[in-house]
Design a protein around this ligand. Structure first.
Ligand code: MG
Ligand code: MG
Length: 254
């Protein structure tokens, strides 16, 4: 069931999303060559506490016999697509770091992700980031009441593939509200004009994951980290978006 939010509820959810945006900005400024993703995780945890919010991902249960997610941020480097676990390995010049972060605040969740270039990044890697971010912008423009769900999906896939990249199939975006993951699921691929009709009051997390090479991903033995099967780079951008009578509002905008 898709849970529609009142404008009052969207105002509350916007507060959670603003906290997410502020903390992601701080992480973006701190993520540099020599810094570890565990250090970034500690920083995010400290800031989340300062805001009086609760981290959204820490303790999320895994499928199968794996440990619950052990960190506040997902930190996915280079060929890691999503759900990377923060580590003691310092970031290096030329890396890309995808940080996915969410909080719960006043009963509502916010969820957002950015991919950050570390130092001097290869030109083709920079383009991968630009294309992924632009595909999200195009998807947000389709998040209008009366459109169909897959109009969002198609906006991502058609743009990404026109640039020679691939979209991950194994993970998708989602509705978001009093739960981190609500219906509907939002794939980043598909023909337009299908699925539910978008309505005023829907709040969705749109999150294209874009690969340089194959769209196929594997999950590592930690039960969490998704990596590209061919070892090529992957980027991830995400925003929480409210569908309103005045069009889409990006709640996690910096
Ligand atoms: Mg996320
Ligand atoms: Mg999400």
């Amino acid at each position: 069931m898709i849970i529609l939010k009142t404008s009052k509820e969207i105002e509350l959810q916007a507060e959670a999303c603003k906290i997410v945006a502020d903390i992601l900005s701080a992480i973006r400024e701190t993520a540099k060559s020599g810094v570890t993703t565990k250090e970034l995780d500690s920083m995010a945890e400290g800031l989340t506490g300062k805001y009086g919010a609760t981290p959204a991902f820490k303790g999320v249960k895994a499928r199968g016999p794996y440990i619950p997610f052990p960190a506040v941020i997902c930190a996915s480097v280079n060929d890691e697509v999503i759900h990377g676990i923060p580590s003691d390995k310092p970031l290096e010049d030329g890396d890309i770091l995808s940080v996915d972060f969410g909080v719960k605040y006043k009963g509502f969740y916010g969820d957002s992700a950015v991919t950050i270039p570390i130092g001097d990044v290869a030109e083709e890697t920079r383009e991968l980031l630009e294309v992924t971010e632009e595909s999200l912008a195009r998807a947000i423009k389709k998040s209008i009441a009366g459109n169909r769900l897959s109009d969002i999906s198609h906006a991502v896939q058609s743009y990404v593939e026109s640039k020679g990249y691939s979209v991950v199939r194994a993970f998708v975006g989602h509705g978001i509200g009093r739960s981190l993951h609500e219906e509907p699921q939002i794939p980043n691929f598909g023909a337009p004009g299908r699925g539910v009709r978008l309505k005023v009051g829907m709040v969705i997390a749109i999150e294209p994951m874009v690969n340089e090479g194959t769209h196929i991903v594997d999950v590592l033995d930690d039960g969490w980290t998704a990596v590209t099967q061919d070892g090529k780079m992957s980027a991830h951008f995400e925003h929480t978006v409210a569908i309103t009578k005045n069009g889409p509002i990006v709640l996690t905008k910096v």
